[in-house]
Design a protein around this ligand. Structure first.
Ligand code: NAD
Length: 298
């Protein structure tokens, strides 16, 4: 579905809450798309780290000839690490990318609702939690929308745009226009667990993990099989290492809690890997090993 009209003011100032895997990528997309981008994380130093990671990613784009040095510097100049929510009073849009927990998301939006101007839109990057439910605890459910970016956000163009029950038409159209403004490809999905992508991906990735648990094939062989036969850019274990086992567990719990779909149950191997610190790329080892501890797949 396309929005009918995009006669809305462009987003000039934006905040990303949560400077983890997704928040960092979303901040790059927003700053690259011309928005002054504030980054907040409750853990000291993580917002600054996100900007450092953006520099590494953008340097690579310069080396590939996709960006000039001047453009890179302008993008970085638009990124600002902030440590207080009251510094977000004037932003046009907030995109939340904190842990996949309804309670944490409600706490974040309740605090934001106290400081952000009334016209500011709230968006959640949740993968599995109902937009209507998060919106219900935000204090502005008419100006609340799901904007589900894909991993790695700075490379993947798709954004699933999902409205909650009370989302206004104006909010939907402004959010859709924002996606286009920053060069993303929005699609409209209903507010259902997993939207389109994770409805497929969570059970699919769990099936792949169960094949490894059963000793049917190694992660490397499964990755090669899927990429070679199905033409996917990444195999399931390459993707899982990028997603992170900690996040995969939360995604499975949220999706299974809502759907009771057996294939959404988190395989025991994921919990054992978390206990062993094998979270994926972010800890240097998951189903594969990584020598440079890079977070980005590029
Ligand atoms: P992550 O664990 O990498 O990052 C979450 C960040 O949020 C952390 O840096 C944490 O310190 C911060 N945070 C937690 N509570 C906070 C608070 N109260 N205030 C400020 N910062 C806080 O997680 P992620 O993989 O980036 O996932 C974030 C969201 O994006 C989740 O809702 C997830 O479902 C969704 N998502 C994840 C993926 C994926 O593949 N990893 C893809 C699409 C969407």
């Amino acid at each position: 579905m396309q929005a009918n009209q995009h006669s809305t003011q462009p987003v000039q100032k934006l905040a990303v809450i949560g400077a983890g895997t997704m928040g960092t990528g979303i901040a790059i997309v927003a700053a690259r798309g011309g928005c002054k981008t504030f980054i907040v994380d409750h853990r000291a130093g993580l917002a600054e780290r996100a900007i450092d990671q953006a520099k590494i990613f953008l340097d690579r784009s310069v080396n590939k000839g996709k960006l000039t040095v001047h453009e890179r510097d302008e993008i970085i100049d638009r990124m600002h690490a902030v440590d207080r929510l009251d510094q977000l009073a004037d932003v046009d849009l907030v995109i939340e990318a904190v842990f996949e927990s309804l309670q944490v998301k409600h706490e974040v939006f309740q605090a934001l609702n106290q400081v952000c101007k009334p016209s500011c839109l709230f968006a959640s990057n949740t993968s599995t939690i109902s937009i209507t439910e998060i919106a219900g605890g935000s204090g502005r459910d008419d100006r609340f929308i799901g904007l589900h970016f894909c991993l790695p956000a700075q490379l993947m163009k798709l954004v699933e745009v999902s409205r909650g029950i009370s989302t206004s038409d104006e909010c939907f159209e402004r959010a859709w226009a924002f996606c286009e403004q920053v060069g993303q490809r929005p699609v409209h999905t209903q507010d259902t667990p997993g939207f389109v992508l994770n409805y497929f991906l969570i059970p699919f990735n769990n099936d792949a993990i169960r094949l490894v648990e059963q000793g049917v094939a190694s992660p490397t062989d499964i990755d090669v099989a899927i990429k070679t036969a199905l033409g996917y850019a990444m195999g399931p274990f390459e993707l899982l290492d990028l997603v992170g086992m900690d996040t995969q567990l939360l995604l499975c719990e949220a999706m299974h809690g809502l759907t009771h779909e057996k294939r959404a149950v988190c395989p025991p191997l994921v919990k054992r890997m978390i206990a062993a610190g094998r979270l994926g790329k972010k800890t240097g080892i998951g189903f594969h090993r990584y020598s440079d501890q890079k977070i980005f797949g590029a």
